[in-house]
Write a protein that binds this ligand. Structure first.
Ligand SMILES: Cc1cc2nc3c(=O)[nH]c(=O)nc-3n(C[C@H](O)[C@H](O)[C@H](O)COP(=O)(O)OP(=O)(O)OC[C@H]3O[C@@H](n4cnc5c(N)ncnc54)[C@H](O)[C@@H]3O)c2cc1C
Length: 498
Protein backbone atom coordinates (compact mmCIF):
# COMPACT_ATOMS: atom_id res chain seq x y z
CA UNK A 1 0.00 0.00 0.00
CA UNK A 2 3.05 2.29 0.34
CA UNK A 3 2.75 2.84 -3.37
CA UNK A 4 -0.35 4.99 -2.77
CA UNK A 5 0.74 8.10 -0.88
CA UNK A 6 -0.20 11.79 -1.03
CA UNK A 7 2.76 12.22 -3.43
CA UNK A 8 1.67 9.25 -5.51
CA UNK A 9 -2.11 9.20 -5.08
CA UNK A 10 -4.67 7.17 -6.96
CA UNK A 11 -5.43 9.15 -10.10
CA UNK A 12 -8.96 8.77 -11.44
CA UNK A 13 -9.40 9.85 -15.06
CA UNK A 14 -12.82 11.27 -15.84
CA UNK A 15 -15.45 12.97 -13.66
CA UNK A 16 -18.38 11.08 -15.12
CA UNK A 17 -20.70 8.90 -13.02
CA UNK A 18 -18.17 6.08 -12.59
CA UNK A 19 -15.11 8.28 -11.95
CA UNK A 20 -17.10 10.10 -9.26
CA UNK A 21 -18.25 6.78 -7.80
CA UNK A 22 -14.59 5.72 -7.59
CA UNK A 23 -13.83 8.98 -5.80
CA UNK A 24 -16.59 8.28 -3.27
CA UNK A 25 -15.20 4.81 -2.56
CA UNK A 26 -11.67 6.24 -2.26
CA UNK A 27 -12.98 8.71 0.32
CA UNK A 28 -14.53 5.88 2.31
CA UNK A 29 -11.25 3.93 2.27
CA UNK A 30 -9.33 7.14 3.07
CA UNK A 31 -6.98 6.69 0.12
CA UNK A 32 -5.43 9.87 -1.33
CA UNK A 33 -6.68 10.61 -4.83
CA UNK A 34 -6.88 13.17 -7.62
CA UNK A 35 -9.78 13.24 -10.09
CA UNK A 36 -8.90 14.64 -13.52
CA UNK A 37 -11.62 15.81 -15.91
CA UNK A 38 -10.88 16.91 -19.47
CA UNK A 39 -13.96 19.08 -19.67
CA UNK A 40 -14.48 22.36 -17.90
CA UNK A 41 -17.51 20.91 -16.13
CA UNK A 42 -18.35 17.78 -14.17
CA UNK A 43 -20.00 15.05 -16.29
CA UNK A 44 -18.93 16.53 -19.61
CA UNK A 45 -19.96 13.47 -21.64
CA UNK A 46 -23.32 13.11 -19.91
CA UNK A 47 -24.04 16.79 -20.55
CA UNK A 48 -23.51 16.14 -24.27
CA UNK A 49 -26.61 13.94 -24.22
CA UNK A 50 -28.28 15.88 -21.40
CA UNK A 51 -31.58 16.14 -23.31
CA UNK A 52 -31.92 12.34 -23.49
CA UNK A 53 -33.95 10.49 -20.87
CA UNK A 54 -32.18 7.53 -19.29
CA UNK A 55 -33.91 4.18 -19.68
CA UNK A 56 -32.90 3.11 -16.18
CA UNK A 57 -34.69 4.68 -13.22
CA UNK A 58 -32.84 6.56 -10.50
CA UNK A 59 -32.47 3.53 -8.27
CA UNK A 60 -30.05 2.05 -10.82
CA UNK A 61 -28.20 5.30 -11.36
CA UNK A 62 -26.87 6.06 -7.88
CA UNK A 63 -23.68 4.59 -6.48
CA UNK A 64 -23.89 3.26 -2.93
CA UNK A 65 -20.83 5.12 -1.59
CA UNK A 66 -21.84 8.30 -3.42
CA UNK A 67 -25.30 8.04 -1.90
CA UNK A 68 -23.90 7.45 1.60
CA UNK A 69 -21.63 10.50 1.38
CA UNK A 70 -24.41 12.71 0.07
CA UNK A 71 -27.04 11.55 2.54
CA UNK A 72 -24.70 12.44 5.39
CA UNK A 73 -24.86 16.04 4.15
CA UNK A 74 -28.68 16.09 4.17
CA UNK A 75 -29.04 15.51 0.41
CA UNK A 76 -32.35 13.89 -0.53
CA UNK A 77 -32.27 11.23 -3.26
CA UNK A 78 -34.61 11.81 -6.20
CA UNK A 79 -37.75 9.68 -6.55
CA UNK A 80 -36.10 6.29 -7.11
CA UNK A 81 -38.61 5.05 -9.68
CA UNK A 82 -38.39 8.22 -11.77
CA UNK A 83 -36.34 8.47 -14.98
CA UNK A 84 -33.83 11.34 -15.15
CA UNK A 85 -32.51 12.99 -18.26
CA UNK A 86 -28.75 13.14 -18.61
CA UNK A 87 -28.86 16.75 -17.42
CA UNK A 88 -30.90 15.80 -14.34
CA UNK A 89 -28.35 13.09 -13.55
CA UNK A 90 -25.68 15.80 -13.58
CA UNK A 91 -27.67 18.43 -11.67
CA UNK A 92 -29.29 16.25 -9.04
CA UNK A 93 -26.53 13.73 -8.37
CA UNK A 94 -23.15 14.17 -10.08
CA UNK A 95 -22.70 17.85 -9.22
CA UNK A 96 -23.68 17.50 -5.55
CA UNK A 97 -21.31 14.54 -5.30
CA UNK A 98 -18.45 16.42 -6.96
CA UNK A 99 -19.10 19.35 -4.59
CA UNK A 100 -18.95 17.12 -1.51
CA UNK A 101 -16.29 18.52 0.82
CA UNK A 102 -14.38 15.23 0.81
CA UNK A 103 -14.24 15.13 -3.00
CA UNK A 104 -14.22 18.75 -4.28
CA UNK A 105 -10.65 19.59 -3.17
CA UNK A 106 -9.32 16.70 -5.26
CA UNK A 107 -11.13 17.47 -8.52
CA UNK A 108 -9.17 19.15 -11.34
CA UNK A 109 -11.26 20.38 -14.27
CA UNK A 110 -9.85 21.17 -17.70
CA UNK A 111 -7.18 18.47 -17.35
CA UNK A 112 -6.99 16.01 -20.23
CA UNK A 113 -4.79 12.94 -19.77
CA UNK A 114 -2.95 12.45 -23.04
CA UNK A 115 -0.51 9.66 -22.07
CA UNK A 116 0.39 7.36 -19.18
CA UNK A 117 3.62 5.51 -18.51
CA UNK A 118 5.76 4.20 -15.64
CA UNK A 119 8.46 6.56 -14.37
CA UNK A 120 11.72 5.71 -16.11
CA UNK A 121 10.27 2.76 -18.01
CA UNK A 122 9.00 2.40 -21.51
CA UNK A 123 6.72 -0.54 -22.31
CA UNK A 124 9.66 -2.89 -22.95
CA UNK A 125 11.48 -2.21 -19.69
CA UNK A 126 10.75 -4.73 -16.91
CA UNK A 127 13.32 -4.50 -14.09
CA UNK A 128 11.80 -2.54 -11.20
CA UNK A 129 8.79 -1.58 -13.30
CA UNK A 130 6.13 -2.50 -10.77
CA UNK A 131 7.81 -0.50 -8.02
CA UNK A 132 7.89 2.64 -10.16
CA UNK A 133 5.00 5.08 -9.96
CA UNK A 134 2.87 5.89 -12.96
CA UNK A 135 3.48 9.20 -14.70
CA UNK A 136 0.54 10.89 -16.41
CA UNK A 137 0.96 13.56 -19.05
CA UNK A 138 -1.89 15.96 -18.44
CA UNK A 139 -2.83 18.70 -20.88
CA UNK A 140 -4.31 21.90 -19.46
CA UNK A 141 -6.78 24.14 -21.25
CA UNK A 142 -3.99 26.50 -22.36
CA UNK A 143 -2.18 23.61 -24.05
CA UNK A 144 0.57 23.32 -21.46
CA UNK A 145 1.38 19.84 -20.14
CA UNK A 146 1.98 18.88 -16.52
CA UNK A 147 3.37 15.58 -15.26
CA UNK A 148 1.54 13.87 -12.44
CA UNK A 149 2.76 10.85 -10.45
CA UNK A 150 0.35 8.16 -9.34
CA UNK A 151 0.49 4.99 -7.28
CA UNK A 152 -2.50 3.59 -9.18
CA UNK A 153 -4.60 4.74 -12.12
CA UNK A 154 -8.33 4.23 -12.67
CA UNK A 155 -9.24 5.12 -16.23
CA UNK A 156 -12.93 6.08 -16.17
CA UNK A 157 -12.74 8.29 -19.24
CA UNK A 158 -15.66 6.64 -21.02
CA UNK A 159 -16.02 6.21 -24.77
CA UNK A 160 -18.44 8.99 -25.68
CA UNK A 161 -15.59 11.08 -27.04
CA UNK A 162 -14.72 8.40 -29.63
CA UNK A 163 -17.71 7.68 -31.88
CA UNK A 164 -17.49 5.03 -34.55
CA UNK A 165 -17.53 6.40 -38.09
CA UNK A 166 -20.25 6.13 -40.71
CA UNK A 167 -18.15 3.73 -42.78
CA UNK A 168 -19.53 0.24 -42.23
CA UNK A 169 -16.08 -1.36 -42.06
CA UNK A 170 -14.97 0.65 -39.02
CA UNK A 171 -13.02 3.20 -41.05
CA UNK A 172 -14.43 6.56 -42.08
CA UNK A 173 -16.31 6.27 -45.37
CA UNK A 174 -14.62 7.91 -48.32
CA UNK A 175 -15.73 11.54 -48.25
CA UNK A 176 -16.97 11.34 -44.65
CA UNK A 177 -14.59 13.97 -43.28
CA UNK A 178 -15.28 16.30 -46.23
CA UNK A 179 -18.98 16.13 -45.34
CA UNK A 180 -18.32 16.74 -41.63
CA UNK A 181 -20.32 19.98 -41.49
CA UNK A 182 -23.50 18.01 -42.23
CA UNK A 183 -22.72 15.03 -40.01
CA UNK A 184 -23.51 14.83 -36.30
CA UNK A 185 -21.96 12.03 -34.22
CA UNK A 186 -24.17 11.09 -31.27
CA UNK A 187 -27.68 12.26 -30.42
CA UNK A 188 -28.41 15.82 -31.55
CA UNK A 189 -30.83 17.88 -29.46
CA UNK A 190 -33.27 18.17 -32.38
CA UNK A 191 -36.13 19.47 -30.22
CA UNK A 192 -33.91 22.02 -28.51
CA UNK A 193 -30.53 23.49 -29.32
CA UNK A 194 -30.23 21.84 -32.77
CA UNK A 195 -33.81 22.32 -33.88
CA UNK A 196 -33.14 24.71 -36.78
CA UNK A 197 -30.49 22.36 -38.15
CA UNK A 198 -33.01 19.54 -38.65
CA UNK A 199 -36.50 21.11 -38.97
CA UNK A 200 -37.88 20.59 -42.48
CA UNK A 201 -34.74 18.73 -43.59
CA UNK A 202 -34.11 15.32 -45.10
CA UNK A 203 -32.30 13.54 -42.28
CA UNK A 204 -30.58 10.17 -42.39
CA UNK A 205 -29.78 8.28 -39.19
CA UNK A 206 -27.20 5.45 -39.20
CA UNK A 207 -26.97 2.88 -36.41
CA UNK A 208 -29.17 0.41 -34.58
CA UNK A 209 -28.54 0.95 -30.88
CA UNK A 210 -30.30 3.00 -28.24
CA UNK A 211 -28.58 6.19 -29.35
CA UNK A 212 -29.97 5.79 -32.86
CA UNK A 213 -33.40 5.02 -31.40
CA UNK A 214 -33.32 8.21 -29.33
CA UNK A 215 -32.28 10.31 -32.32
CA UNK A 216 -35.06 8.76 -34.41
CA UNK A 217 -37.70 9.37 -31.75
CA UNK A 218 -36.78 13.02 -31.44
CA UNK A 219 -36.75 13.45 -35.21
CA UNK A 220 -40.22 11.92 -35.47
CA UNK A 221 -41.42 14.37 -32.82
CA UNK A 222 -39.84 17.20 -34.79
CA UNK A 223 -41.44 16.00 -38.03
CA UNK A 224 -44.86 16.28 -36.35
CA UNK A 225 -44.19 20.00 -35.89
CA UNK A 226 -42.14 20.62 -39.04
CA UNK A 227 -43.88 18.39 -41.60
CA UNK A 228 -41.26 18.60 -44.34
CA UNK A 229 -38.81 16.78 -42.11
CA UNK A 230 -38.15 13.33 -43.57
CA UNK A 231 -36.35 10.52 -41.79
CA UNK A 232 -34.37 7.71 -43.36
CA UNK A 233 -32.85 5.10 -41.11
CA UNK A 234 -30.00 2.95 -42.41
CA UNK A 235 -28.72 -0.12 -40.60
CA UNK A 236 -26.04 -2.64 -41.39
CA UNK A 237 -28.15 -5.42 -39.94
CA UNK A 238 -30.48 -7.55 -41.96
CA UNK A 239 -34.20 -7.42 -41.36
CA UNK A 240 -33.83 -10.50 -39.16
CA UNK A 241 -30.94 -9.06 -37.21
CA UNK A 242 -32.83 -5.86 -36.63
CA UNK A 243 -35.56 -7.78 -34.82
CA UNK A 244 -33.07 -8.45 -32.04
CA UNK A 245 -31.90 -4.85 -32.01
CA UNK A 246 -35.45 -3.74 -31.25
CA UNK A 247 -34.95 -5.41 -27.89
CA UNK A 248 -37.04 -7.47 -25.57
CA UNK A 249 -40.06 -5.18 -25.33
CA UNK A 250 -42.24 -6.21 -22.42
CA UNK A 251 -39.67 -8.88 -21.45
CA UNK A 252 -37.05 -6.25 -20.69
CA UNK A 253 -36.49 -5.82 -16.97
CA UNK A 254 -36.03 -2.10 -17.69
CA UNK A 255 -39.45 -1.21 -19.16
CA UNK A 256 -38.27 2.10 -20.65
CA UNK A 257 -35.44 0.33 -22.47
CA UNK A 258 -37.81 -2.33 -23.79
CA UNK A 259 -40.36 0.26 -24.90
CA UNK A 260 -37.79 2.25 -26.86
CA UNK A 261 -37.17 -0.42 -29.49
CA UNK A 262 -40.83 -1.33 -29.75
CA UNK A 263 -41.72 2.31 -30.33
CA UNK A 264 -39.22 2.49 -33.19
CA UNK A 265 -40.59 -0.71 -34.67
CA UNK A 266 -44.06 0.87 -34.69
CA UNK A 267 -42.80 4.06 -36.31
CA UNK A 268 -41.21 2.01 -39.08
CA UNK A 269 -44.38 0.01 -39.51
CA UNK A 270 -46.48 3.16 -39.90
CA UNK A 271 -44.06 4.62 -42.41
CA UNK A 272 -42.91 7.58 -40.38
CA UNK A 273 -39.38 6.27 -40.59
CA UNK A 274 -38.08 4.91 -43.90
CA UNK A 275 -35.90 1.92 -43.09
CA UNK A 276 -33.02 0.60 -45.20
CA UNK A 277 -31.59 -2.66 -43.89
CA UNK A 278 -28.41 -4.44 -44.91
CA UNK A 279 -26.80 -1.13 -45.87
CA UNK A 280 -23.02 -0.78 -45.61
CA UNK A 281 -21.89 2.75 -46.33
CA UNK A 282 -18.65 2.98 -48.29
CA UNK A 283 -18.72 6.52 -49.64
CA UNK A 284 -20.36 9.87 -48.96
CA UNK A 285 -20.74 12.15 -51.95
CA UNK A 286 -21.55 15.86 -51.73
CA UNK A 287 -23.81 16.75 -54.63
CA UNK A 288 -25.88 19.81 -55.49
CA UNK A 289 -28.96 17.84 -54.40
CA UNK A 290 -27.47 16.88 -51.02
CA UNK A 291 -25.35 14.18 -49.42
CA UNK A 292 -25.56 10.82 -51.19
CA UNK A 293 -24.50 7.58 -49.51
CA UNK A 294 -22.98 4.87 -51.69
CA UNK A 295 -22.52 1.14 -51.11
CA UNK A 296 -20.94 -0.62 -54.04
CA UNK A 297 -22.85 0.52 -57.11
CA UNK A 298 -25.94 1.42 -55.07
CA UNK A 299 -26.87 4.89 -53.91
CA UNK A 300 -29.51 6.28 -51.57
CA UNK A 301 -31.58 9.37 -52.21
CA UNK A 302 -29.83 12.64 -51.25
CA UNK A 303 -30.22 14.01 -47.72
CA UNK A 304 -29.42 17.29 -45.99
CA UNK A 305 -28.10 15.96 -42.69
CA UNK A 306 -26.66 12.71 -41.37
CA UNK A 307 -26.73 11.54 -37.76
CA UNK A 308 -24.14 8.86 -37.02
CA UNK A 309 -24.97 6.70 -34.00
CA UNK A 310 -22.97 3.62 -34.91
CA UNK A 311 -21.38 2.96 -31.54
CA UNK A 312 -18.36 4.05 -29.57
CA UNK A 313 -14.81 2.87 -29.06
CA UNK A 314 -12.21 3.42 -26.32
CA UNK A 315 -9.26 5.81 -26.64
CA UNK A 316 -6.32 3.42 -26.37
CA UNK A 317 -3.73 5.87 -27.74
CA UNK A 318 -3.17 7.41 -24.32
CA UNK A 319 -2.48 3.91 -22.92
CA UNK A 320 0.10 2.90 -25.53
CA UNK A 321 3.01 2.66 -23.03
CA UNK A 322 1.09 0.46 -20.59
CA UNK A 323 0.97 -3.31 -20.72
CA UNK A 324 -2.68 -3.95 -21.42
CA UNK A 325 -4.44 -7.29 -21.62
CA UNK A 326 -7.22 -6.45 -24.03
CA UNK A 327 -9.42 -8.71 -26.07
CA UNK A 328 -8.64 -8.07 -29.73
CA UNK A 329 -12.31 -7.86 -30.76
CA UNK A 330 -14.07 -6.10 -27.96
CA UNK A 331 -11.08 -4.06 -26.67
CA UNK A 332 -12.20 -4.84 -23.13
CA UNK A 333 -10.02 -6.60 -20.51
CA UNK A 334 -9.49 -10.20 -21.59
CA UNK A 335 -11.41 -11.84 -18.76
CA UNK A 336 -14.34 -9.44 -19.10
CA UNK A 337 -14.68 -9.52 -22.89
CA UNK A 338 -16.34 -12.95 -23.25
CA UNK A 339 -18.95 -11.86 -20.70
CA UNK A 340 -20.02 -8.87 -22.78
CA UNK A 341 -19.08 -9.71 -26.39
CA UNK A 342 -22.24 -8.90 -28.36
CA UNK A 343 -21.43 -11.87 -30.63
CA UNK A 344 -21.68 -14.23 -27.69
CA UNK A 345 -23.36 -12.97 -24.61
CA UNK A 346 -26.87 -13.84 -23.81
CA UNK A 347 -30.01 -12.16 -22.55
CA UNK A 348 -28.38 -8.92 -21.42
CA UNK A 349 -27.07 -10.63 -18.33
CA UNK A 350 -23.48 -10.05 -17.26
CA UNK A 351 -22.06 -12.29 -14.58
CA UNK A 352 -20.76 -10.44 -11.54
CA UNK A 353 -17.29 -9.14 -12.19
CA UNK A 354 -14.79 -6.96 -10.40
CA UNK A 355 -11.11 -6.48 -9.82
CA UNK A 356 -10.01 -9.90 -11.10
CA UNK A 357 -11.76 -9.55 -14.46
CA UNK A 358 -10.58 -5.94 -14.79
CA UNK A 359 -6.89 -6.59 -14.16
CA UNK A 360 -4.16 -6.05 -16.77
CA UNK A 361 -0.56 -7.27 -16.91
CA UNK A 362 0.17 -3.73 -15.66
CA UNK A 363 -0.54 -3.92 -11.90
CA UNK A 364 -2.56 -1.08 -10.37
CA UNK A 365 -3.95 0.13 -13.67
CA UNK A 366 -7.65 -0.43 -14.33
CA UNK A 367 -10.18 0.65 -16.91
CA UNK A 368 -13.56 1.06 -15.22
CA UNK A 369 -16.96 2.30 -16.36
CA UNK A 370 -18.04 2.56 -19.96
CA UNK A 371 -14.43 2.31 -21.15
CA UNK A 372 -14.05 -1.12 -19.52
CA UNK A 373 -16.59 -2.44 -22.05
CA UNK A 374 -14.40 -1.41 -24.97
CA UNK A 375 -16.60 -1.51 -28.07
CA UNK A 376 -19.40 -3.53 -26.46
CA UNK A 377 -22.60 -1.48 -26.34
CA UNK A 378 -24.39 -2.89 -23.32
CA UNK A 379 -22.81 -1.02 -20.41
CA UNK A 380 -24.99 0.03 -17.49
CA UNK A 381 -24.09 2.46 -14.72
CA UNK A 382 -24.74 -0.14 -12.09
CA UNK A 383 -22.01 -2.30 -13.60
CA UNK A 384 -19.54 0.57 -13.42
CA UNK A 385 -20.40 1.38 -9.82
CA UNK A 386 -19.75 -2.20 -8.80
CA UNK A 387 -16.46 -2.18 -10.72
CA UNK A 388 -15.41 1.01 -8.91
CA UNK A 389 -16.29 -0.47 -5.52
CA UNK A 390 -14.40 -3.70 -6.16
CA UNK A 391 -11.27 -2.11 -7.63
CA UNK A 392 -10.97 0.55 -4.91
CA UNK A 393 -11.38 -2.13 -2.23
CA UNK A 394 -8.51 -4.05 -3.87
CA UNK A 395 -6.31 -0.95 -3.93
CA UNK A 396 -7.02 -0.54 -0.23
CA UNK A 397 -5.99 -4.16 0.37
CA UNK A 398 -9.51 -5.17 1.34
CA UNK A 399 -9.54 -8.27 -0.84
CA UNK A 400 -12.51 -9.82 0.88
CA UNK A 401 -14.66 -6.85 -0.20
CA UNK A 402 -12.94 -6.65 -3.58
CA UNK A 403 -13.85 -10.22 -4.46
CA UNK A 404 -17.33 -10.11 -2.95
CA UNK A 405 -18.77 -8.85 -6.18
CA UNK A 406 -22.51 -8.64 -6.20
CA UNK A 407 -24.08 -7.47 -9.37
CA UNK A 408 -27.56 -8.14 -10.57
CA UNK A 409 -28.36 -6.51 -13.84
CA UNK A 410 -31.75 -6.03 -15.41
CA UNK A 411 -31.92 -8.32 -18.43
CA UNK A 412 -32.85 -7.06 -21.86
CA UNK A 413 -35.28 -9.86 -22.60
CA UNK A 414 -33.50 -10.76 -25.83
CA UNK A 415 -30.83 -13.35 -26.18
CA UNK A 416 -28.01 -13.79 -28.57
CA UNK A 417 -25.60 -16.52 -29.42
CA UNK A 418 -23.52 -17.93 -32.17
CA UNK A 419 -25.02 -17.77 -35.65
CA UNK A 420 -26.36 -21.14 -36.61
CA UNK A 421 -26.06 -22.14 -40.22
CA UNK A 422 -28.44 -24.52 -41.88
CA UNK A 423 -30.44 -25.56 -38.89
CA UNK A 424 -28.45 -28.59 -37.84
CA UNK A 425 -26.18 -27.05 -35.27
CA UNK A 426 -26.80 -27.83 -31.65
CA UNK A 427 -25.04 -24.63 -30.68
CA UNK A 428 -28.31 -22.80 -30.21
CA UNK A 429 -30.76 -21.04 -32.46
CA UNK A 430 -30.62 -17.62 -30.97
CA UNK A 431 -28.17 -16.24 -33.45
CA UNK A 432 -28.03 -12.63 -34.37
CA UNK A 433 -29.33 -13.59 -37.77
CA UNK A 434 -26.71 -11.75 -39.73
CA UNK A 435 -25.85 -13.11 -43.12
CA UNK A 436 -23.73 -11.40 -45.70
CA UNK A 437 -25.87 -9.07 -47.75
CA UNK A 438 -26.95 -10.28 -51.15
CA UNK A 439 -26.74 -8.20 -54.30
CA UNK A 440 -27.39 -4.69 -53.03
CA UNK A 441 -30.43 -3.33 -54.80
CA UNK A 442 -33.32 -1.66 -53.03
CA UNK A 443 -36.80 -3.07 -53.39
CA UNK A 444 -40.07 -2.47 -51.63
CA UNK A 445 -40.46 -5.19 -49.11
CA UNK A 446 -42.97 -7.88 -49.85
CA UNK A 447 -44.98 -9.20 -46.96
CA UNK A 448 -44.22 -12.81 -47.77
CA UNK A 449 -43.10 -14.49 -44.57
CA UNK A 450 -39.40 -15.18 -44.45
CA UNK A 451 -38.65 -18.76 -43.51
CA UNK A 452 -35.93 -18.89 -40.95
CA UNK A 453 -33.83 -21.90 -41.62
CA UNK A 454 -31.93 -22.38 -38.40
CA UNK A 455 -34.68 -23.54 -36.16
CA UNK A 456 -35.62 -27.09 -36.90
CA UNK A 457 -37.56 -28.67 -34.04
CA UNK A 458 -34.56 -30.77 -33.06
CA UNK A 459 -32.60 -27.63 -32.30
CA UNK A 460 -35.29 -26.37 -29.97
CA UNK A 461 -33.54 -27.78 -26.97
CA UNK A 462 -30.75 -25.33 -27.46
CA UNK A 463 -32.97 -22.27 -27.76
CA UNK A 464 -32.05 -19.90 -25.03
CA UNK A 465 -35.47 -18.85 -23.79
CA UNK A 466 -38.22 -21.43 -23.42
CA UNK A 467 -40.99 -18.90 -23.88
CA UNK A 468 -39.40 -17.67 -27.09
CA UNK A 469 -39.15 -21.01 -28.83
CA UNK A 470 -42.29 -20.66 -30.85
CA UNK A 471 -41.28 -17.42 -32.46
CA UNK A 472 -37.65 -18.38 -32.55
CA UNK A 473 -38.34 -21.36 -34.73
CA UNK A 474 -41.29 -20.03 -36.65
CA UNK A 475 -41.48 -17.62 -39.51
CA UNK A 476 -40.84 -13.94 -39.48
CA UNK A 477 -42.85 -11.35 -41.31
CA UNK A 478 -41.00 -8.16 -42.04
CA UNK A 479 -42.55 -4.82 -41.30
CA UNK A 480 -44.48 -3.06 -44.03
CA UNK A 481 -42.92 0.09 -45.46
CA UNK A 482 -39.46 -1.27 -44.89
CA UNK A 483 -36.90 -1.31 -47.65
CA UNK A 484 -34.64 -4.30 -47.84
CA UNK A 485 -31.92 -5.46 -50.13
CA UNK A 486 -32.79 -7.85 -52.89
CA UNK A 487 -31.93 -11.37 -51.90
CA UNK A 488 -31.97 -10.74 -48.21
CA UNK A 489 -35.40 -12.18 -47.67
CA UNK A 490 -34.40 -15.21 -49.71
CA UNK A 491 -31.30 -15.92 -47.71
CA UNK A 492 -31.78 -18.27 -44.79
CA UNK A 493 -30.66 -16.25 -41.79
CA UNK A 494 -30.03 -17.05 -38.20
CA UNK A 495 -33.10 -16.44 -36.12
CA UNK A 496 -33.45 -14.43 -32.99
CA UNK A 497 -35.45 -15.08 -29.86
CA UNK A 498 -37.81 -12.16 -29.81
C1 LIG B 1 -27.36 8.48 -24.72
C2 LIG B 1 -26.96 7.52 -23.65
C3 LIG B 1 -27.91 7.05 -22.76
C4 LIG B 1 -27.56 6.18 -21.76
N1 LIG B 1 -28.52 5.74 -20.90
C5 LIG B 1 -28.18 4.91 -19.90
C6 LIG B 1 -29.16 4.46 -18.95
O1 LIG B 1 -30.34 4.79 -19.04
N2 LIG B 1 -28.76 3.64 -17.94
C7 LIG B 1 -27.48 3.23 -17.80
O2 LIG B 1 -27.18 2.51 -16.84
N3 LIG B 1 -26.52 3.61 -18.69
C8 LIG B 1 -26.84 4.43 -19.73
N4 LIG B 1 -25.89 4.81 -20.64
C9 LIG B 1 -24.56 4.17 -20.61
C10 LIG B 1 -23.56 4.71 -19.56
O3 LIG B 1 -24.05 4.47 -18.28
C11 LIG B 1 -23.23 6.18 -19.72
O4 LIG B 1 -22.57 6.39 -20.94
C12 LIG B 1 -22.35 6.74 -18.59
O5 LIG B 1 -22.19 8.11 -18.79
C13 LIG B 1 -20.96 6.09 -18.51
O6 LIG B 1 -20.31 6.62 -17.40
P1 LIG B 1 -18.71 6.70 -17.30
O7 LIG B 1 -18.43 7.45 -16.04
O8 LIG B 1 -18.11 5.37 -17.47
O9 LIG B 1 -18.23 7.56 -18.56
P2 LIG B 1 -18.63 9.01 -19.06
O10 LIG B 1 -19.94 9.45 -18.55
O11 LIG B 1 -18.41 8.99 -20.51
O12 LIG B 1 -17.55 9.96 -18.35
C14 LIG B 1 -16.21 10.00 -18.75
C15 LIG B 1 -15.62 11.35 -18.35
O13 LIG B 1 -14.22 11.33 -18.65
C16 LIG B 1 -13.85 12.55 -19.25
N5 LIG B 1 -12.66 12.28 -20.07
C17 LIG B 1 -12.62 11.65 -21.28
N6 LIG B 1 -11.36 11.54 -21.70
C18 LIG B 1 -10.57 12.10 -20.75
C19 LIG B 1 -9.16 12.28 -20.63
N7 LIG B 1 -8.31 11.85 -21.56
N8 LIG B 1 -8.67 12.92 -19.52
C20 LIG B 1 -9.54 13.35 -18.55
N9 LIG B 1 -10.89 13.21 -18.63
C21 LIG B 1 -11.39 12.56 -19.71
C22 LIG B 1 -15.07 12.96 -20.06
O14 LIG B 1 -15.07 14.34 -20.32
C23 LIG B 1 -16.21 12.49 -19.16
O15 LIG B 1 -16.64 13.51 -18.27
C24 LIG B 1 -26.22 5.72 -21.64
C25 LIG B 1 -25.27 6.18 -22.54
C26 LIG B 1 -25.63 7.08 -23.53
C27 LIG B 1 -24.57 7.57 -24.49
Amino acid sequence: MERITPATPVVVIGAGPVGLAAAAHLVEYQLPFVLLEAGTQIGQHVRAWGHVQLFSPWRYNLDTAGQRLLEATGWQPPELEGYPTGQALVDEYLLPLANHPAIAPHVRLGRRVVAITRAGHDKLSSAGREQSPFVLHVERQDGSVELLRAGAVLDASGTYGRPNPLGADGLPAVGESAAAAQIFYGIPDVLGAHRSRYAGKRVLVAGSGHSAFNALLELVALAAEAPNTSITWVVRRSQQGLARAYGGGANDALPARGALGQHIRDLVATGRIQLVTGWRTERVERTAAGLVLHAGDQALAPVDEIVVATGLRPNLTMLAELRLGLDPLVEAPQALAPLIDPNLHSCGSVPPHGVDELSHPEPDFYMIGMKSYGRAPTFLLRTGYEQARSVVAALAGDWEAARRVELELPETGVCSGPVVVGGSSAAGCCGPGESAPAAPALIELSLTPVVTACCEPETQASCCEPEAKTTCCGTATPEPNALVLVGESLTPAGCGCQ
